[in-house]
Design a protein around this ligand. Sequence first.
Ligand SMILES: [Fe+2]
Ligand SMILES: [Fe+2]
Length: 411
Amino acid sequence: MTAIPRLPWPAALTTTPGWSRDLSRRRLAGLAATTWSTVSALSASVLDVPQFEFKLAAGEHLHILVGIAADLEERLHELGSAPDTRQLSPRHRRQVTSTLAADAATLRVGLIYGYWLPRLAGEFEGLRGEVDTLLDGPTADLVRRADEQLRHVRRWGDAAVAAACSDGSWADAARALDETVADDSEPWPVRPRDGARDERFHSFSHTRDYRRSADWVEGDSPYESDLIELLRVNRDEIDAIETFALSIFDLIRKGPIEALTHLARLAWDEARHAATGDLVLRERGLDPYAFSCSLIGIKVRAGMDGYDPWAQITLFGELGIIGPMRALARAAHAAGDQRTADVFDFICTDETLHLRQSRELLDRLHPAGGLERVAETVRARAAERIAELGIMKEEEFLALSREEIFALIGE
Ligand SMILES: [Fe+2]
Ligand SMILES: [Fe+2]
């Protein structure tokens, strides 16, 4: 009988003395604090940094960052320690506030992707060489995966910083962030209350009904009209990215982690839908920027807080959009328009998931208590906002059916 060849020892199953559970917990708590601070700065900036590409990237990156933060919280829990890493230290609060005070969009991009992301990535990279990969294997695995995901985030971030601030003007502001001092009275950072669009977009904000926008043109067939309308609807889900990002920002301190991870998934999905709208309009030989962008959704929701913007979009927006998109996907399959069928099959899959999971979470978590009451609460809040914006009187809005509210504000 031939000898069984000796196989290599698994590299991660090795240990060196010095790593302790206490040390692991301390380091993980520090990483969680930096991760949540980065999420705060990024989620608030989704609103007022105007560039389309920033909003798309931020949607994807929030999903990655909140996922990492959730893994850190779970591991801390396993290690028998549950520090509240989401309260942010006074110094972190001050740093986030200073970041958000950078008015120029270029400077903000510089601080988020030139300061916060490299700092966070550096902390993970540093830890990667220190964790005992045998005794503390789950931590080592978490840190390795986060390190790889953050490299992906930084590839876009480094290119964005180079494009936005070629003169390195953000570096002084980044140094000032490093030297921040703050005391216990430091307030929680404040987010913007409106969404911004870059100059490539023409916009309208009295309705979400594209057939009532100034640039509506009937297509060659009802099918073609529906297709263009629904591609525009998806491109304009920029305001859905903004909505879910602002609910993340508002709920960091007090929301359960399951709400935050779900919202981060929503932000990513809506970034994919907005990008899909843009790209498929281009595939059809159309210029996406020739179609004006509706802002009413974010104008109404950015003035709401916490669970409300999320509930408004779920109960009055997403519910209304799935039907028309399913109908279009069916018509596309029947007509042999495979590309359109594929695009809307995937988007409908996402939206169905959004609706199912969001309704379950909001039913359980929204302070109004139960979906019926949640719907009434956000209907009233939306009526106030619509009146403040001068779009219609509060009582007129309150008389609208769900379908009419959807036509007015959309997803
Ligand atoms: Fe969507
Ligand atoms: Fe959605």
